[in-house]
Design a protein. Structure first.
Length: 504
């Protein structure tokens, strides 16, 4: 908890520092782009001019125009930073994608990490990727290390580009370099996974840009609508106009500031990392999994009955007293409370199933790679430590059961059995068949497993994309909410003024 608070303080301090043009310039320079104070002055002039223009268009008082201008000035550094960060993160993604593809092709030819790194570095004539590959090569050539040479050397690249798939590629290269053996099928699997991931990331980028354009269009249209209403009120006779009414002035100022915030938020959504692993929601998914795993229907039904009892009792009392509407409201509330445990369980169950469908193909791909040099039981054991939270407990149970009964099929069938997912059940049956076949038919069965998994991987990537798009698509409706609020408040003010004039 304390660590989280310190993290928030550091982020707040970093954001505050961006108001200084020098710090903003240093941050953009760290992205590899040049930014001058001349550019900042131009952007600042345009932002302030736009704020003053909008304020004068809506006939705001000078101090309210000053507030809108301050909001623009405060948002400007982050809007500029988001623009450069968008380009930087896109470049990071392209570098990682090209690096993984090239090093896999190179490693297929020579099966040496050092030679593959040197070959891959020629693809990047300059830039951050060229530098970190050079650092990794130098680390290997020096031969001085603490625990494991290649893990520490490749960790230099992983630290600069924290992509989960990059770590999987490096781990496989280290395994082959250390143990030897054929690597063609493993590399084909990694290349296929990389292609699915890269294609879906590119699609997600386009979808986010399209969502941003829709939101900007919504801002423009709703602003024009607000201007039309403002002109209508302004054209009315002086005794009926509300343009200079304090409430109208205040709500219009809030409306303009909120629009600035919406524009800032939608720009931030597309200036995100495309390679960092998704840890957001892990704690929530673990909570949902615990709810499903520990669910006791009889116990939860008793709790629901205890909560619903007062509502039903109150409904009966109101009905006897003749308040049928109040009785109906309390009755409906009681029905909801009586079934709240079922509703909560269904929501948690659906969330967990969606998460399993998203992360299981990634785990299965890791298994397919490990099976190139290990048996099924050892491969399962190696995946437990860094497995997703929704799989970790069942993987541990599976591993423990296999240690007791290594030849039984029941542990495989019981893996995530309470969710009854056909794709999971089919894959676990295939893993059991591989464990029983020994070395003879294992490779052909692994190949079939990989073919099945490729479709699951594509589906999982699309689930992740839908989750990412949910936030930016929701911003599209915010301009409509703000203009509706402003319009309703102005209409209420107009009715108050109109009725006041009628009484006179």
């Amino acid at each position: 908890m304390k660590k989280g608070l310190n993290r928030q303080k550091e982020l707040g301090r970093a954001k505050f520092e961006m108001f200084h043009p020098g710090n903003l310039q240093k941050k953009i320079d760290s992205y590899g782009y040049s930014f001058s104070m001349g550019k900042y002055s131009v952007y600042l002039f345009l932002a302030v001019s736009g704020a003053i223009g909008c304020g004068m268009l809506f006939c705001l008082r000078w101090y309210l125009i000053f507030l809108v201008a301050c909001a623009c000035v405060m948002a400007l550094p982050f809007l500029i930073l988001d623009g450069y960060r968008q380009m930087y993160e896109h470049k990071q993604f392209l570098d990682v994608s090209d690096y993984m593809e090239q090093i896999l092709y190179s490693f297929r030819l020579n099966q040496k990490i050092l030679l593959s790194l040197k070959d891959t570095r020629t693809l990047f004539a300059e830039g951050r990727m060229h530098e970190v590959i050079g650092e990794a090569i130098h680390y290997i050539e020096c031969g001085s290390y603490q625990y494991e040479l290649y893990e520490e050397a490749l960790g230099i690249i992983e630290q600069a580009y924290p992509a989960k798939r990059l770590r999987a590629v490096h781990e496989y290269l280290r395994t082959v370099e250390g143990n030897g053996g054929a690597c063609g099928e493993g590399i084909d699997l990694l290349l296929q996974d990389k292609a699915v991931w890269a294609d879906n990331v590119m699609l997600l980028q386009e979808d986010r840009k399209a969502a941003r354009m829709r939101t900007v269009f919504s801002l423009v249209v709703t602003m024009l609508l607000a201007i039309v209403f403002h002109m209508v009120y302004k054209s009315m006779p002086k005794q009926y106009t509300i343009v200079y009414h304090p409430i109208t002035q205040a709500v219009t100022t809030c409306y303009l500031i909120l629009n600035i915030g919406i524009f800032r938020k939608v720009n931030k959504q597309i200036a995100t990392s495309w390679i960092r692993p998704e840890d957001e929601g892990e704690e929530k998914i673990s909570k949902y999994f615990g709810m499903v795993n520990r669910y006791d229907q009889k116990k939860e039904a008793k709790k629901s009955l205890f909560l619903a009892g007062p509502a039903f009792g109150g409904s009966g009392v109101l009905f006897i007293m003749g308040s049928h509407v109040g009785a109906a409201v309390l009755g409906i509330t009681g029905i909801f409370l009586l079934n709240q445990h079922r509703i909560g369980y269904r929501i948690a169950y659906d969330k967990v199933v969606q998460e399993i469908n998203r992360v299981f193909p990634t785990w299965l791909m890791e298994m397919a790679l490990l099976l190139q040099g290990n048996n099924v039981q050892v491969s399962i054991e190696k995946t437990i430590d860094h497995a997703p939270a929704v799989l970790k407990n069942d993987l541990q149970k599976l591993s423990d059961s296999l240690k007791r009964t290594p030849d039984a099929i029941e542990p495989y069938l019981e893996f995530l059995g309470m969710f009854e997912l056909s794709a999971v059940l089919s894959s676990m049956k295939m893993l059991y068949a591989i464990s029983e076949s020994g070395t003879g038919n294992a490779q052909s069965q692994i190949r079939i497993l990989v073919q099945r998994n490729s479709k699951m991987m594509d589906k999982a990537e699309k689930i992740s994309n839908e989750r990412c798009l949910a936030g930016v698509n929701g911003i599209f409706y915010l301009p409509q909410v703000t203009v509706s609020f402003q319009t309703m408040v102005n209409m209420v003010v107009f009715m108050m003024v109109f009725l006041g004039q009628m009484k006179m």
